[in-house]
Design a protein around this ligand. Structure first.
Ligand SMILES: Nc1nc2c(ncn2[C@@H]2O[C@H](COP(=O)(O)OP(=O)(O)OP(=O)(O)O)[C@@H](O)[C@H]2O)c(=O)[nH]1
Length: 294
């Protein structure tokens, strides 16, 4: 057997979480079209007959405007230490930009082999893809450049096959049937946060955090009370909506997915609370689960 760790890094919205879920054939990372959806390093474990891949899905690296943003970037950089392989994933439907240049500069500090994954090829014409390949090839000494579509699950097998020799022979790092390092409470919070991201626009998505306050599981049902935290009264009003319609639709969407997660009936109650400027307050970042995981 071979086993090892692979960090998946890239700019926000490049498709890191979509790739991880496509490899695992299971949803361990939430996905949305809003940048900075992923806020914690998430390990996804994929074990075949010959190999155990431990992937680390990281927050998208971006220019931070808050303490939360700085913590997210640090969290992504931390994942680059001690991994066997790095996947730099880029949205190939977007032109090369200063954010990409910044990431390449950063990668030069590491000796770890790096694959460039040109994602979202389903949105490109063949000529455009060839142009991208030629332009990226010149910029960095990538071990491999692999075009793929995480969403359409194209070229994923090829990616895994090419990655396998970069991992070391030896013991498995995790039990064979383990898929993620995060427990049900974390997953519950993330599912609720995903539904808020799905339903809200503009400044609301980035300003929220979700905390499960009570989780009571019995044989046939689970009761969950969760807090959705926002930064301003105006955001609270948007989140609750007219006659509480918005929060109700978020609750119903989340409840449906939680029912599938727990495999039983789920009663979800959501409460909205304002915590002014929480994204700049270290104590709140800790409280809401965004402290650095070394
Ligand atoms: N067309 C297309 N869309 C994709 C593909 N991969 C991801 N997406 C979409 O891109 C958006 C962002 O995907 P995520 O997987 O959340 O991206 P991420 O890199 O994890 O984003 P952050 O958490 O913000 O860092 C979502 O709307 C995905 O559906 C792809 O191969 N093709």
């Amino acid at each position: 057997m071979r086993s090892g760790m692979i960090a998946i890094i890239g700019r926000p919205n490049a498709g890191k979480s979509t790739l991880l879920n496509a490899i695992l054939k299971e949803k361990v990372s939430i996905i949305s079209d809003k940048p900075q959806t992923t806020r914690n390093n998430i390990q996804g474990i994929y074990t075949t007959d010959t190999c155990q891949f431990v992937f680390i899905d990281t927050p998208g690296i971006h220019k931070p405007h808050h303490e939360l943003g700085r913590t997210l970037n640090k969290s992504a950089y931390l994942s680059l230490q001690d991994v066997d392989l790095i996947y730099l994933i880029v949205d190939a439907s977007k032109p090369y930009g200063s954010g990409d240049a910044f990431l390449l500069e950063r990668l030069k500090q590491y000796q770890t082999p790096c694959f460039l994954l040109l994602n979202k090829i389903d949105l490109l014409k063949k000529e455009e893809l060839l142009q991208h390949l030629a332009s990226w090839e010149k910029r960095f000494s990538f071990e491999q450049i692999i075009p793929l579509s995480a969403k359409k699950e194209e070229n994923i097998e090829e990616l895994l096959k090419t990655s396998e020799p970069y991992l070391s022979e030896g013991m498995l790092l995790y039990p064979k049937d383990m898929v993620s390092d995060h427990g049900k409470t974390f997953q519950t919070q993330e599912i609720i946060r995903e539904k808020v991201l799905l339903k809200t626009m503009e400044e609301v998505p980035h300003s929220i955090a979700v905390v499960v306050e009570r989780l009571h599981e019995e044989e046939k049902e689970v009761e969950i009370d969760a807090l959705v935290i926002v930064e301003r009264d105006s955001q609270k009003a948007i989140l609750i909506g007219k006659q509480a319609a918005m929060i109700k639709s978020i609750r119903l969407l989340a409840q449906k997915e939680l029912k599938a997660l727990y495999g039983k009936k789920c009663h979800l109650s959501l409460y909205v609370r304002v915590e002014k400027n929480w994204r700049n307050r270290q104590s709140k970042l800790h409280q809401f689960g965004y402290a650095l995981e070394e």
